[in-house]
Design a binder for this molecule. Structure first.
Ligand SMILES: [Zn+2]
Length: 681
């Protein structure tokens, strides 16, 4: 299952950060992108007015089937894989270097990798490194101990019942508060427990069998293991039934319920928050955001009504589920068997790739420091900033001239943009890992200590002033994000390379690719969610009522449009879930187009092989979404991911854009023209 990354941070729910893509990055590199206008990717048998995504990428899609170890295969995964190979070398070298200072980042980077690659030791140890954790669970004899162990397990990275983390207070963005949010599920989302249909039912059946097989690996008898699996499924189903949907969570007000301890305890009879906070080591906290009260009421009711022995079974499951990927082969294989069910991947990734990924989670900024020293010259930053500033200027002129906005809303919108921070490449201050102990094994204990280190680092922010230097993504990440509470846009070094950004590519292509990415993040500040936060990152209305009504009406157009799309034949895209991302795609591409036209590059841009600069711009945009995906993964993403599927990010966006339709001479009534054209910004 997905592990530690978001576990205690609460960011996905309580402090939404809008990222560009949902890549669980993956991918063996075929050929590195050498030029970013790929005319050899085109399928010239497809009419661009019928399906532009297929026209731009058809040949590439056919010639690049998904490798067996992957659930999808596209430009994000290829670039990530290139990065991984590069980082792999750094880690190998670090592991070989025996003359490092003990306690230094270099020692930790090398030893973590060594412990992960030491398969002989990992396989010989089996589940033994977790013995102390299982013993703690076994020795629970009352609810107080159960509550204490839940807190402990959460701290080491186990998805035990709920998540506890920190967030900038939505209403006062200069303060950091604690946040408790729903969790505790082994399947990707509450919908997997609730949805009808044969495919979801099959996954539930497989999941129960997977839990049972895992318990037998722990030494339980077969009949006992089957019964235990039923118990786990029962508990998780209760939690899923009380969980808030992903769509509901998009409303920041719906996940904001700051309460003091007395009120908290009233919400969850039998579960003492004071005790919980003491157990995690932060008894000084006197209030927090109970993001999903309904979930926590159900949790406390279940804590009393479900027998203690069942809860112990549930915790054993969550413990092994969290750490199976770092244990001996039987556990790794069994864990993958379920992953395969969920994503369609046919083969386990090579070990080194799994270890590189784990290390990226554990020591990501220490690795990132090495990465940028070797991979990110200052010139890259300067060039990226030129494009970014031209897009910023396009948005400003848009806000200054947009016809439907009243002067009051306009003024506030421009102020928000002026206050929006921009960050390129990597943090100005590097993370301090000195308190984290990493050694040559057991591997899983390195992972556990890294989880705990990260969770404590996060929680220690509560009650302190916001650290505005911190980055949520590591420099090597192939992604980008807007943070509404910080009101800043962030572009890690990892995405500032081909095919997104290539100093040698035609500028038309760069604007269509990295320009669209930059416009996308900027637009998030003004999408249906971001627009509820002001320039200081506070959840505070700055709209006049009439302007807001006008905007909300436009937003509904996007919801309707994307709800009409399907994947795997019958599963509909959740229009209400992907609204913000679809708005950012549309707004971002439009800004990039305007910025390109206003730039000095436009005047001299050459026609290449018969493709005009505008056509190159839209090809550059379509190219970076070229992705093959397995049906299982497509279903999973439609269920959990706020981003639309790749082909609709291209076709759905372009169908609303007259600039595209003019560039490719798209005739009226073509599929690439959305008849109720949506205009947001
Ligand atoms: Zn986004």
């Amino acid at each position: 299952m997905q592990l530690t990354r978001y576990l205690l941070m609460g960011v996905l729910y309580a402090a939404p950060l809008w990222v560009l893509a949902a890549t669980e990055p993956t991918g063996p590199s075929v050929t590195p992108a050498v030029q970013s206008l790929h005319l050899n990717w085109l399928d010239r048998n497809v009419n661009p007015a019928r399906n532009f995504y297929e026209f731009a990428n058809g040949d590439w899609l056919r010639q690049n089937p998904i490798p067996p170890a992957y659930s999808s295969w596209g430009q994000f995964s290829i670039l990530y894989r290139q990065n991984q190979k590069f980082i792999h070398q750094l880690l190998e070298n670090a592991a070989k270097n025996t003359r490092v200072q003990p306690g230094s980042d270099a020692q930790k980077i090398g030893d973590f990798y060594y412990s992960g690659m030491d398969t002989a030791a990992v396989n010989a140890a089996g589940v033994a490194p977790l013995a102390a954790e299982f013993k703690r669970i076994n020795e629970i004899t009352n609810l107080a101990q159960l509550q204490a162990d839940i807190a402990h397990l959460q701290m080491i990275g186990v998805n035990a019942l709920f998540n506890f983390g920190q967030m900038q207070d939505f209403k006062n963005s200069s303060e950091v508060i604690g946040v408790a949010s729903q969790g505790g599920l082994g399947l990707p989302d509450r919908d997997y427990y609730r949805k009808k249909g044969a495919k979801f039912a099959k996954i539930r059946k497989e999941y129960v069998q997977h839990i049972a097989r895992t318990f037998t690996l722990l030494g339980d008898r077969k009949d006992a293991a089957a019964w235990e699996a039923g118990t786990v499924m029962y508990i998780e189903t209760q939690l899923a039934k009380a969980s808030m949907s992903d769509v509901e969570q998009r409303n920041p007000r719906a996940v904001y319920h700051v309460m003091d301890l007395a009120r908290l305890d009233k919400e969850t009879p039998g579960f003492s928050w004071q005790t919980y906070l003491a157990n995690v080591g932060y008894s000084q906290i006197k209030s927090l955001n109970l993001a999903m009260p309904k979930f926590f009421r159900a949790m406390s009711w279940n804590l009393k009504s479900v027998p203690l022995s069942s809860w112990k079974t549930y915790l054993r499951w969550q413990l092994i589920d969290a750490f199976a990927p770092y244990l001996s082969k039987p556990f790794v294989d069994e864990n993958f068997r379920m992953q395969s069910e969920l994503t369609g991947a046919k083969k386990l990734l090579p070990r080194w790739q799994r270890v590189v990924r784990a290390e990226d989670n554990a020591l990501g900024f220490a690795v990132g420091k090495l990465y940028v020293e070797k991979k990110f010259p200052p010139s890259s930053k300067a060039e990226a900033l030129i494009i970014l500033h031209s897009i910023r200027a396009a948005l400003k002129s848009d806000l200054e001239t947009i016809s439907w906005m009243s002067p009051r809303t306009r003024k506030a919108a421009i102020k928000k943009l002026d206050l929006m921070g921009e960050r390129i490449g990597y943090p100005g201050k590097w993370r301090d890992y000195s308190a984290l102990e990493i050694n040559r094994g057991p591997y899983v204990l390195n992972v556990i200590r890294a989880n705990e280190f990260e969770n404590r680092r996060e929680l220690s922010k509560i009650g302190k002033p916001v650290d505005r230097n911190e980055w949520y993504m590591t420099p090597q990440t192939v992604n980008a994000y807007y943070d509404p509470s910080m009101n800043n846009i962030n572009f890690p070094a990892g995405i500032l390379q081909p095919p997104f950004f290539d100093p040698n590519a035609p500028m038309a292509v760069n604007y269509g690719a990295i320009g669209a990415v930059m416009g996308h993040e900027m637009t998030h500040g003004f999408d249906d969610q971001g627009s509820q936060f002001d320039g200081y990152g506070n959840l505070k209305n700055w709209w006049t009522l009439l302007d807001r009504l006008h905007f909300d009406k436009n937003v509904k157009c996007i919801v309707r449009q994307f709800s009409g799309y399907t994947v795997d034949r019958d599963l509909h895209v959740q229009g209400k879930l992907v609204t913000g991302e679809a708005i950012a795609d549309l707004g971002g591409l439009k800004l990039a187009w305007r910025a390109f036209h206003a730039s000095p590059y436009y005047k001299d841009a050459p026609t290449i092989d018969g493709f005009t600069p505008d056509q190159q711009f839209f090809l550059g945009f379509a190219h970076f979404w070229a992705t093959n995906i397995r049906p299982e993964e497509a279903r999973r993403l439609v269920t959990v991911d706020p981003h639309p599927p790749a082909q609709y990010r291209v076709n759905g966006t372009l169908a609303n854009l007259p600039q595209f339709q003019a560039a490719f001479h798209v005739p009226k009534k073509s599929p690439m023209i959305h008849k109720d054209r949506c205009v947001i910004w």
